[in-house]
Design a binder for this molecule. Sequence first.
Ligand code: SF4
Length: 692
Amino acid sequence: SAGRDRYIQKTKTVCTYCGVGCSFDVWTKDRQLLKVEPGQGHANGISTCVKGKFGWDYVNSGERLTKPLIREATGFREASWAEALDLVASRLESIKAAHGPDALAFVASSKSTNEEIFLVQKFARQVIGTNNVDNCSRYCQSPATKGLSQTVGIGGDSGTIHDIEQATLVVTVGSNTAESHPVLATRIKRAQKLNGQQVIVFDLREHEMARRANQFIRPKPGTDFVWASALAKFILDNDLEDKAFLQERVNGLDEYRESIADYTLAYAAAETGIPEATLEALARQIAAEERVCILWAMGVTQQCGGSDTSAALSNLLLVTGNYGRTGTGAYPLRGHNNVQGAGDMGAMPDQVSGYQKITDPLAIQRHEREWGITLRPEKGLDNTEMMDAALEGTLKGLWISGEEMSLTDANVNHLAKGFEALDFLVVQDLYFTNTARYADVVLPAAASLEKEGTFTSTERRIQRLYRVMEPLKGTKPDWEIYQAVAQRLGTNWAYTHPSDIMTEIARLTPSWVGVTYERLEGYRSLCWPVKEDGTDTPLLYTDRFHFPDGKAKLHPATYKPRQQAPSAEYDLHLNSGRMLEHFHEGNMTFQVPGIVSKAPDTFVEVSRELAAERGIQSGQWVRLVSPQGSVKVRALVTGRVQANELYLPMNARHAEAAVNRLTGSQGDSQTNTPAYKDTSVRMELLPEVGDN
Ligand code: SF4
């Protein structure tokens, strides 16, 4: 109430930045944020990182949208909510009537709550009748989900951060853990110091974790599949595998063995650049260690063979018996706070909530009963296919919630043409984003601090967030917006609180059947699968893998080398990733003055060798040019990168410096995830040095 608002309040919430899922108490006075204190949640208790502690002022940014906007011939004008929602409903209805349900598509936000994401896919499937729904895991961890589904059956982390701490060996691959998942990295550093945990880092760049690792290995870009398969082959050829585990718990050994027959250490050394002796020592160490976890991120997944490499890493864990015990398993680290939840909630073109296939007879039955519709069996469009369909003219309307697609998708110049080709685009966000520039209607959304709901962290941990402050005047939580349009389109949706939505999720989702708000009260949390009696599953595969016969499957291997290797014209490999202070494209963190003063803008990292060869100094402006486009950015000469390797953080303050002006349209062969890391450029020195 207004009276209470005058006093200082303490409210529990969950971080909206990375997938570690730190939960904490926020102290406020009205809308003023006084302090953020780490809570008693499982993922925290040590600290929050700079984003979790200081990254919240964006909720009070003067840039927040507070009125819906409607495009007119001359530009945008402000509109009432009623007018904007009527327009959205009538345009969706008329496009469906003229072109059928598949002329419409929906992109859910991985920053929204589970309840909201669930409603996006319900809206697509029940109200419109299309499977054209996706989320931003298409840009990051869909390949990991795929590789794990093929080998162990569940596309999520095998255990929790606590389990990672128990490992005797942690291997990270293509993960800048200290900057991307800071509090998780702190846990690893602590285990390394206190328990003698060994840490091996595979990456292109010598970041903080690489410097702290017991061993830092720099394979050639895009070759992780090769060393992982070669280690597995060496282990099998030399009788170092976990025979009992393979015998009792794993299928497909013969076929797998055959598929990796060519991956000798000599071949792997030539392909990856890792010396043969190092590979042999690694194979022996991984086979001998008591408990091994492998953690990976975008360096693995954003490649042409992201799914295959994810399967290869999982195969290596299976061969060495590293699943089903604490301290073992596969950990694809989730980027957004709720990207795990976005997949869990069925914002995917071929699955409904809980990874139930749209063709699964039981799922069809459940949804028929609950929603009164038959799920259509044909897979819908994923994000990448949506933009192709827009260009081809078969997709007419798109509704994007909280995703800055025009900066975060690959090859954004191509994407812009897709947006322009649409008849109708709705963008729902906190700010007037770059993507909003293409919209016909822009809807102002409420921020996570302003609403209730749940998020799911990288550990599959479901946690509640409570409302820290009222939604900024003029904004609405996503779930209320979807419901308002669904009602205009003749449904009987009547949710009064996100907990009503959770009740429906639990009814429709076998792996969430025991999830209730009561069981998530305060700092309590649950790791799915959750049984009806509320028992959760922090550690997976203790007695069975998620396949009908309970056994895992070794997945036969196929190597997909990169497509954009450096050439005479584009002679430098361009890698990309995060910087600690900023988050993704930076729409939230560049609204936080404290963060901006520390990390005001982006830069491209240039190796000392390359800088000396070309006469480049830190601070100098350079232009990077790829076949897709160009960006102008300052150089930073550093020892973190080597030779002809460049690194451009994806967190650009200005759209002109967005790395995705450079990335191409090639992607992972199984999931269409853009191969962002498979990019080559040339670098041109620009004359002026110094200030803007
Ligand atoms: Fe937030 Fe991730 Fe930092 Fe934790 S580690 S405070 S979840 S950004």
